[in-house]
Each structure stands twice: as C-alpha cells, then as structure tokens.
Design a protein around this ligand. Structure first.
Ligand SMILES: C[S@@+](CC[C@H](N)C(=O)[O-])C[C@H]1O[C@@H](n2cnc3c(N)ncnc32)[C@H](O)[C@@H]1O
Length: 290
C-alpha cells in the first residue's frame, strides 16, 4: 500500500449542545454508522463544495454532517426505493407523515397485515409511514427484503417502540430541506460529483465469510463485481479532484482493491447479527484519497 498522496485536512471539532433538537436517523439500518461518527469526525475534510452520499441507508453520516454544517448542500441516493420515498416524504410532507404514523398499532396481527400490503395500492405518505412503522416494530429494527422485494422481518414484540418521534421527524425534515434525494444506482449518482466535492461511500460490506453476509437491503445482492465497479469509480472520482472516503469490511479483497489509497482501521460493534455470539468488536476499513 502506498501512503496517502495529499495533505490531511485539519479536523473540525464536533458540534453538540444547543436548544433545538439535532436531527438523527429516523430509521435503524443494518450497517448504520452512528457508533462510528466520533471516529469519522477526524477524517471529514474541513473544506469542500457539495456533499454526496450514494448509499445513504439510515443517513447517520449525513445527519452528522448537517449538525456540523447546517447549510450543507447535499445529494443523497440509494437503490432502495421505499427508503428513498421515505426521505422525500420526510422532507416534503412531514406533518401528514406524522398523522399517518400515529394511526399504526403495535400489535402482532396488525403488524403482519401491514407487512403484507401491496405498496402499489398506497399513497407515498402511507408507504413512508409503513416503512418507519415496520422498522420500529419489527424484530431487531432492521429493513430486509426477500428476492421478490418483500419485507420479511418478523414482529419484534417490543413494549413501547418509538414509532412516531415527532421532534426528530421535524428536525430531519428541516435538515433535508434543500437536499437532492434520488432513487438510483451508485454509478449514476456519482456522475454528478465535481472537483472539490466530498463523497462518502458506504456500500453493503464485502462479507468476511460465505455465511456472514447481510446483503438484503434490496432484492438484488451486492457482489464482488459491484465492489470492483465501485473501486474503479473511486479512482475516477480521485482523478476528477473529489475528496473521497469509503467504509468497508477489513479483508484482503478490499485492501487490494484500494491498494493505492490511504487505509485506516477503525473498530465497530456489530449490532445486527442474528447470532448473539457474533456481535463483537470488529475492525473495519476506511479508505481515503486525501
Ligand atoms: C451499509 S448500508 C448504508 C448504511 C448507512 N451509511 C447508514 O448509516 O445507515 C448500504 C446501502 O446501500 C444501498 N445499496 C445497495 N446496493 C446499491 C446500489 N447498487 N446502488 C446504490 N445503493 C445501493 C442499500 O440499500 C443500503 O441502504
């Protein structure tokens, strides 16, 4: 591995405190980055133009960026259409969303009725409320679909799930204000990044072993070819003059893909794993071109 080629930008201090509610993810997402935000803070460039996050998921990094830079100019996307619809509704129609969420009930039979609904029969607000409701009341609070794109997580039987956190929904709606939100493949999303922009890439991780994968964010899996395509786009963004930061699992395949770039090891606790004995502290890789 060659050392990084450009000078490290000086880190900004984290922001905290203040009266207004700080926005945080409105859904729990497998691979969410909340626990790594403090570690990531020191790697975020001090100056950049636009922010791009083409694997936005629960948006932990985006909402953290908003807390640092309230006027952030950002472009967010993901291949999960239900999730992107939800972001757009939180941004554009948060009061109707809150009303729709309040109608949902934390009961097993009701949960399975809502889970089995054909989403094409629902309005965009109802679809967004359904996703948040299922995410908050399902087992382990995650979003997972089968090969036909059907949400397939069982009921969680939690006593008081926070299905409708009105204050946070309003805070996230404000933070999303002028953000561009698009449903698309990462390769399309990255065509719009320009010199001086900051791009954070958090793809589905390359599995550490054949049995350890969680790749069901959408009906399509994210395989080795996708990882290779992403690595070549990373190199192209580097040539274009973008500041690029990527998270992935710490293994030889990923280390080799990004061999010419700076690599840092960070530590995370694996929270979403059906086997309790595999929920440990694991090393992850951060790849940077600055
Ligand atoms: C590791 S998660 C991102 C987690 C996010 N950083 C967070 O804090 O919640 C990866 C995301 O990539 C999305 N995804 C999978 N394949 C994709 C593709 N080909 N293009 C864009 N997004 C994709 C998934 O839907 C998922 O939301």
């Amino acid at each position: 591995m060659t050392p990084h080629r450009k000078n490290l930008p000086r880190a900004l201090p984290s922001t905290s405190g203040g009266a207004a509610r700080k926005p945080s993810p409105f859904v729990k997402w497998a691979g969410g980055k909340t626990q790594l935000l403090a570690t990531f803070d020191e790697y975020i460039p001090e100056h950049f133009n636009r922010y791009h996050e083409p694997f936005v998921g629960g948006g932990a990094m985006f909402f953290n960026m908003c807390r640092r830079t309230p006027q952030l100019s950002a472009s967010l996307s993901d291949l999960n259409q239900e999730l992107i619809n939800c972001y757009a509704i939180v941004r554009d129609d948060v009061e109707q969303l809150i009303k729709a969420l309040k109608k949902h009930k934390n009961e097993s039979n009701y949960f399975y009725q809502i889970r089995s609904l054909d989403t094409s029969s629902l309005t965009d607000v109802e679809r967004a409320a359904r996703l948040i409701y299922l995410n908050k009341t399902c087992f382990n609070g995650l979003y997972r679909v089968n090969r036909s794109g059907q949400f397939n997580v069982p009921f969680g039987s939690y006593k008081n799930p926070r299905t409708c956190d009105e204050d946070n929904l309003r805070a996230t709606s404000k933070a999303l204000g002028k953000t561009r939100i698009v449903h698309r493949h990462f390769a399309e999303a990255l065509k719009t990044a320009r010199k001086g922009d900051f791009v954070y890439l958090d793809p589905p991780y390359q599995p550490l072993s054949a049995t350890s994968s969680f790749t069901s964010y959408t009906s399509k899996c994210f395989g080795e070819d996708d990882q290779k395509q992403l690595a070549s786009i990373f190199a192209e963004l580097d040539r274009r003059g973008c500041l690029v930061m990527l998270s992935n699992s710490d293994n030889e395949f990923v280390r080799e893909l990004y061999g010419e770039f700076r690599q840092e090891v960070v530590y995370a606790t694996r929270a979403i794993n059906c086997r309790a004995d595999r929920r440990g502290r694991i090393s992850e890789l951060l790849v940077l071109n600055y």
